[in-house]
Structure formats: structure tokens, C-alpha cells
Design a protein around this ligand. Structure first.
Ligand SMILES: *Cc1c(COP(=O)(O)O)cnc(C)c1O
Length: 465
């Protein structure tokens, strides 16, 4: 059956129902589906690489192809997914997305969609207040933490790096996410301009060592300009001492950037607020709603203390834009970041927050903190395991005691055995060069039952390995 490109509303209704049916069937099956399916996909990949046909297809057939394709790989939306950072993909955000993409309004300039931009900006303002940023703060919804780190570093460079840019120095630790060094590279800095300062014994950035390194660099005629703290390190979930680091940055007149891609949303909880004390001193904060606010991929945020710093780094103009005015109280997002045309990511945040209410998010994050604690306690009680840190947030790590020289191979075997069940999925990292299994029970659908199953599977795998 063929349809005109611009579907009749009746056809949208008909096809939309088929798509919704696909989605609801998927969600119904999700609890019993395996978390991972790494079977040989060569034939499927070969078929799917083909070009689209000249003749119209049938939606039922196409959805069935999609279902098959989605059946391969790793599913971050499954409750048993305890690897990396789980990504729930709130169904309410998917509904928002269908609406937003149908409206498809141009939100780079507030005047062209003042209502829609106000909805997005309201969420940004609310998060600025939650994180303790002052009046004049603002931000941008981007595609993820990597883009947000890039925009922040460009703003920091333009705001603080006066003089010869090759003399600027940025302070990070070995636990800083690699997107920060990638961003520094994209912002025109050399690797030699990144100082990896030592962490304390507890793996957090060491303010004393950082201060010493800043003094050494200044004495060498360099320009320290940016201190990057991490609120929730990717390997460990640990939070750097933001309070002390913020004071140090202020004293030394460095831009204080907090990469809270994973951790900053925990500010919505009481325990998180206590841990993140000092984040309010940041010049810029990255947070990823597609990690710790359960939203679909493609939703990262940058918040800045002073909106003017983003504007100074990104504003531009073109003759073809001369007809567009401004709106009081609303920024033009095109002037705050690298994108001109952009998808309207605002509804993906606005609708779930309005529909469920903020308390539902606070409670869900609190539940995940509890899950991580019970997971930690159960694994710490296993005599054959050692846990290199006590979790701040929701990342738990363990390794086998006395694994000997083949530790990496033994751990990999352990991981394969656990992941091979298809019930749960764990990932790993290196801590001080040592192989460490890593779990993050933060998924939207991860419950106490998943954590109990994980503990059982780990116990028996440790016994057998
Ligand atoms: C995930 C992560 C990033 C990168 O974010 P993306 O959204 O994957 O681009 C940056 N920093 C930290 C601390 C992260 O955990």
C-alpha cells in the first residue's frame, strides 16, 4: 500500500496505532527478554546495509525487521542491565518525542517559538536553582555529556585564557572522563596542556596536590585557567571534594568546571545534595538526563553560572537572520552553543517532569541509591571478594582476592560466565591498573529483585571460576 509523503491524519492514526502496538509489545516482553544477545549478526547486518527500495514497503514488515534488528546486542533499558550507565528511556519521553517531532518547530531563536523555548528554559532555570547557581545562570540542552564538556571548555577558554593560548593549563585526574581531553583537543589545546594531578588515597582529586601543581605551572610562566572536578566518576561513581576544589579555583581565579554527567542529577535527593556540596560554586556543570534522569539517549545538559560566558564564546550573526528579533527573559539557544538548527529537546524533559512530577524522580533516584548500598553490603560480605571503594552514588566495584598473575583473564572469565546467562549484564574497568568488575544498579527498571539475582549469579560464578 502506498501513501502520500504528507500522510492524511487518518493514516497517521492508523500507522501510529501500529507503531504504538509495537512499542507496547516490546515493553511487555522486556522483563523476560535477555539483556544481551551477541549471537552472530553477520547475515542480518549484510541485509540491513542494503539501500532502500524504490517501491513502498509495508509497515508491518518494516516493524518486524526492526524487531529482529533490535534483538541483537546489549539492551540498556532492561532491568538486568547493570553495566556502564543504564539508560531507561522513559516511555513518557518517547511520547513527548513523537509530539515534538511532529511540531518540529525551530527553537534556535526564542522569537520563533517563544512558548516552546520558555518550556525548555523553565527546566534549565529549575535545575540551576536546584544546583544552587545564582541569578544570571543559564544553560543549554545538548546531545550528551561529551558535547556539554566541549561547550564548557570552549567557554572557559574564551573567558579565562587571556594571553598566549599555548600557555594555558587545565587540571584533571586519571578519573576524569576521556571526553574532557577530547574536548580540550577540539578546543585547540595540546595534550601537554592537560595536567593529570594525583588523587588522594580515596581516588578523589587531591586539592593540595592540585594547588601545588598550579604554583609550579605559574612559576614556569604558564597560565592555569581551568580546573575540572568530577561529580560521579565514570569508573567509580565517586565525587571529588567539590567544596575545597571550588575554593581553590576561586582563590586562583580558575574556571571551575564540574563534570556531573552521571552524578549531578542526584542533587535532587537529600543524600546527593550532601555529597555534592560545593557544586554551587561551579562556573559550569555538565549533567546527562539520559543517564541519571532516565531519559532517552541524546539528552545532555550544560549549566553555566553566567549566561554571558556562553554567549561570548558562541554568538554570531548572518544577514539571512536579520528579520529575527529577541524575547525578554529568553535566550536564543543559537547564541549559547555550536548548534543553529536543533531538535527541540525541551519537550523530552518537560513532559515527563510535568506528567510524573519532580517527586517521582527524587524517589526513583533514592531507590537506586538504596539498591547500590544493598548490593555493596552483600558483595562486601563475600570472603573471596574485595571492594576497592564504598559507593558514594550507585557504582559498585569488586575484584577477586588473590587472583594472581592471571587476574585479568580470570576476571574476564568470571564476567563472561555472569553475562552469558543473559539475565544480567556487568562491565569492567581498571582501578590503579587492576581489573575491576563494575556494577551500576541505576536502571529505570532495575529493582531489588534484579539486584538479588545479580548477587546470586555473582556468588555462584565466583564459586565456580
Ligand atoms: C558519560 C559521561 C560523559 C560523556 O557523556 P555522553 O553523554 O556519553 O557524551 C562525560 N563525563 C562523565 C563523568 C560521564 O560519566
Amino acid at each position: 500500500m502506498s501513501f502520500p509523503l504528507d500522510l492524511e491524519p487518518e493514516t497517521v492514526d492508523h500507522l501510529g496505532r501500529r507503531a504504538v502496538e509495537f512499542v507496547t509489545n516490546y515493553l511487555r516482553a522486556l522483563p523476560t527478554e535477555p539483556v544481551s544477545h551477541f549471537a552472530d549478526a553477520d547475515r542480518l547486518v549484510g541485509e540491513l546495509l542494503g539501500p532502500p527500495p524504490e517501491k513502498p514497503g509495508d509497515l508491518g514488515d518494516l516493524l518486524s525487521t526492526l524487531g529482529t534488528a533490535a534483538g541483537y546486542g546489549l539492551n540498556p533499558a532492561a532491568g538486568g542491565y547493570l553495566a556502564y550507565f543504564p539508560a531507561g528511556g522513559l516511555p513518557s519521553a518517547a511520547i513527548a518525542e513523537m509530539v515534538a517531532q511532529t511540531l518540529n518547530r525551530f527553537t534556535a531563536f526564542a522569537a520563533l517559538a517563544p512558548g516552546l523555548v520558555a518550556m525548555e528554559q523553565g527546566i534549565i532555570r529549575w535545575l540551576c536553582v536546584e544546583l544552587g547557581l545564582p541569578a544570571g545562570s543559564s544553560g543549554l540542552v545538548l546531545s550528551g555529556g561529551s558535547m556539554a564538556n566541549l561547550v564548557a571548555i570552549v567557554a572557559a577558554r574564551d573567558d579565562r585564557l587571556t594571553g598566549d593560548p599555548r600557555r594555558g593549563v587545565v587540571y584533571v585526574t586519571e578519573h576524569t572522563h576521556y571526553s574532557v581531553s577530547k574536548a580540550a583537543h577540539l578546543a585547540g589545546l595540546e595534550d601537554s596542556q592537560l595536567r593529570v594531578v594525583p588523587t588522594r588515597d580515596d581516588m578523589r582529586m587531591n586539592p593540595t596536590a592540585t594547588a601545588e601543581q598550579i604554583a609550579i605551572d605559574r612559576a614556569a610562566g604558564l597560565y592555569p585557567f581551568l580546573l575540572v572536578a568530577t561529580a560521579g566518576a565514570t569508573s567509580t561513581g565517586l565525587v571529588d571534594p567539590l567544596d575545597e576544589l571550588g575554593r581553590l579555583a576561586r582563590r586562583e581565579d580558575l574556571w571551575f568546571h564540574v563534570d556531573g554527567a552521571y552524578g549531578a542529577p542526584y542533587q535532587l535527593t537529600e543524600r546527593g545534595r550532601a555529597l555534592l556540596a560545593g557544586i554551587e560554586d561551579a562556573d559550569s556543570i555538565v549533567l546527562d538526563p539520559h543517564k541519571s534522569m532516565f531519559l532517552p539517549y541524546g539528552t545532555g545538559m550544560l549549566l553555566v553560572r553566567d549566561e554571558r560566558t556562553l554567549r561570548a564564546a558562541h554568538a554570531g550573526d548572518g544577514d539571512y537572520l536579520q528579520d529575527i528579533g529577541g524575547v525578554a527573559e529568553l535566550p536564543d539557544y543559537a547564541a549559547l552553543g555550536p548548534e543553529l538548527s536543533r531538535e527541540w529537546r525541551g519537550l523530552r524533559l518537560w513532559l515527563p517532569l510535568q506528567l510524573h512530577g519532580v517527586a517521582a524522580f527524587r524517589e526513583a533516584l533514592d531507590e537506586k541509591l538504596d539498591l547500590a548500598r544493598s548490593l555493596y553490603r552483600a558483595l562486601a560480605a563475600e570472603p573471596r571478594l574485595e571492594l576497592p571503594w564504598e559507593p558514594d552514588l550507585t557504582v559498585v566495584g569488586f575484584r577477586l582476592r588473590d587472583a594472581g598473575p592471571d587476574a585479568a583473564a580470570i576476571h574476564r572469565r568470571l564476567l563472561d560466565r555472569i553475562n552469558g546467562t543473559g539475565r544480567i549484564f556487568l562491565s569492567s574497568t581498571k582501578i590503579g591498573g587492576r581489573y575491576t568488575v563494575r556494577l551500576c544498579p541505576q536502571g529505570l527498571r532495575t529493582s531489588a529483585a534484579h539486584v538479588a539475582e545479580a548477587i546470586d549469579l555473582i556468588r555462584s560464578a565466583v564459586h565456580d571460576v
